[in-house]
Every structure is written in C-alpha cells, then in structure tokens.
Design a binder for this molecule. Structure first.
Ligand code: CP
Length: 315
C-alpha cells in the first residue's frame, strides 16, 4: 500500500480487519520491520487516541516517531502558489513537505475541516498539499472529510463482537453543543457499506451527510424505530452538511439513553471518543457492560499497525 488517505487505499477491508486481529494477539511479531524507519506525525488539531495509538503502533513495529504540533510549534504554512508571503505565514508547504521528507520515511497528518467553507474543506488542502510536495508516503490521521484509521478500528471492533451473521448496525446522530465535522460519520458509512450487515443511519431532518457518500444507505428520521432489533448502536454528532457548519438543534431528544438501548437486541454501544457524557449518551449507557468505547480506542493501535505495516511492506 503506497499511502492511506481513505479506506479505499486498503487492498481488502476484511483482510485488513483479520490482520488487525492477528496483530492484537501478537503485537510485536513484526518488530523488526520498522528498524531504522521514522514516522513523522503532524498535528494541526488536538488528539488523544490518534496520537498515542499511532505512536504505540509504530513502537510495536520498531518504528521511531517524531511528533510536531503545527498549531503552536511550527511555522504557519502557506499553501497558495505564486503568492507574495508578506503576511503571517512564514513557510511554504513546498519547503516544509520536502524538508520533512528528509527526516522521515512516512508522514501522518491530522487536519480537520474548518466548517466555514465547504468547497475548501472538500479540497483537503493540507492533506493534498503534503501528498503533492512530500516524497514519502502520507497517512490520514483525520482530515476534513474522513477518519479512515477510526473506521478501520471500528471494523475490527465490529468483527470482534459480532454474534450473528448480518447484524443490524445503526449509526445514530446524537446531540453536541459544538459544530463537529463529518469525517468520522463519513468514514464509518464508507466502512459499514462494505460489511454484510443491515446498516441504517438515524438522524434528524437537516443532518443528512454528503449524499455522494451515503448513496442508497437506508436512512430514518425516527431514532427509536432504528434502534429496534439493533445489534450495534454507533453514536456520533456532526453538524449540518447542507447548511454547512450549522447546529440545527440543541435539545436532548436524540441523546442515547438506557431506555432507548432497551429497544435493541441487547446492542453494543460504540462511539469514537471523546464523548460528552449526558449530552451524546448517558452515564448509564457509557458505563454499561455493553459499551465498547474503550475497546474501540484499544483497537486504534492495531488499525494503525495494519496501515503502517502495509506501507512499510510496500517499501
Ligand atoms: N477518535 C479520535 O480520533 O480520538 P482523538 O481525537 O483523541 O485522536
């Protein structure tokens, strides 16, 4: 695998999930693979899980890591070509990406959506500029429109906890006080569309994700109807896509509660974290034995390990 920008870079999702589960059983089996290799991790936004799990994955493959927070440590980058750089941006992406390529063998980048300009967000300017000007493989650690490392970890978790063929998986929108990006929702949809599952999206009107991504995935505006018979409930907030960046409602009617979980087939509860307790889901849901949120975070390590291993094997 040359790079990991979206899930479709994986040659085979099911094979990658099985490889993740094998790495979970024997995490240091490939420790020699990353000998004398360096992973650069560039963060334009905060992170707990992505940073630590990717670093842990690299360590388990024998890869050294270098980490930089671009929000407060690096020079502000200019992405426009031909511009006279008289403003606050001190370094052009052309030099920055080329220089990082001298120090690292692989570079991983986190750069969220602005949620103010849909067209610019969909251009993925940060990620695509690194792809253009770096001479090393690029990994997406959550971009404006996708979080494929999270989706791969979620696929691993779903396989681990699946108890029957063709389970019912519900991706439910849930409330949040801040406008959040669509990246996790988009990548979860892309992943779940590839599973042999009864997959449905539940959300209030106005919160439809990008139709180019959801395609013909079943959609309901009735959360309780969606929960009936569900085997997995995956909660996530995202802001409006059609009224880009807007929060359309702030009430708690779509919060995941114990009462709603009782409508399911004893469903497992999933969320990518971080989660706002008693806003997105209640304490009772999160503290229930059916909550998989910590196991999802654990599986982030093996998802990142699969991706790094495939990139190193490609050479
Ligand atoms: N789920 C996830 O990406 O977590 P972080 O934002 O903490 O990395």
């Amino acid at each position: 695998m040359k790079q990991f920008l979206t899930l479709s870079d994986l040659p085979d999702l099911d094979q990658a999930v099985n490889e993740g589960l094998a790495l979970k059983k024997d995490p240091y089996k490939w420790e020699a693979l990353g000998n004398q290799k360096t992973l650069g991790m560039l963060f334009f936004n905060p992170s707990l899980r992505t940073r630590l799990s990717t670093q842990k994955a690299a360590q388990q493959l024998g890869i050294k890591t270098m980490i930089m927070n671009f929000s407060n440590e690096a020079w502000a980058l200019e992405y426009e070509d031909g511009t006279q750089m008289s403003g606050l941006r001190s370094e052009h992406i052309r030099e920055a990406a080329a220089v990082i390529s001298q120090y690292c063998d692989v570079v991983a980048i986190r750069a969220f959506a602005s949620l103010t300009d849909k067209q610019k967000d969909e251009q993925e300017i940060v990620l695509n500029s690194f792809i253009k000007f770096a001479t090393i493989p690029v990994i997406n650690m959550e971009s404006a429109t996708g979080h494929p490392l999270q989706a791969l970890a979620d696929a691993i978790t779903l396989k681990e906890y699946q108890q029957k063929s063709r389970p019912k998986i519900v991706l439910t929108w849930a409330p949040h006080p801040k406008a959040l990006p669509h990246a996790v929702g988009n990548s979860f949809v892309r992943m779940a569309q590839q599973l042999d599952a009864n997959f449905v999206i539940a959300q209030p009107k106005g919160y439809e994700l990008n139709p180019k991504i959801t395609k013909n995935t079943p959609l309901t505006y009735n959360q309780e109807e969606a929960f009936e018979g569900a085997d997995f409930v995956y909660a996530k907030n995202w802001c409006s896509y059609s009224e880009y960046g807007k929060i359309l409602r702030t009430d708690d009617q779509w919060m995941v509660t114990d009462e709603k979980m009782k409508l399911t087939n004893n469903a497992k509860f999933m969320h990518c974290l971080p989660i706002r307790r008693n806003i997105v889901a209640t304490d009772a849901v999160l503290d229930s034995p059916n909550s998989l949120v910590i196991e999802q975070a654990h599986n982030r390590t093996f998802a990142a390990q699969v991706v790094l291993k495939k990139i190193l094997e490609h050479g």
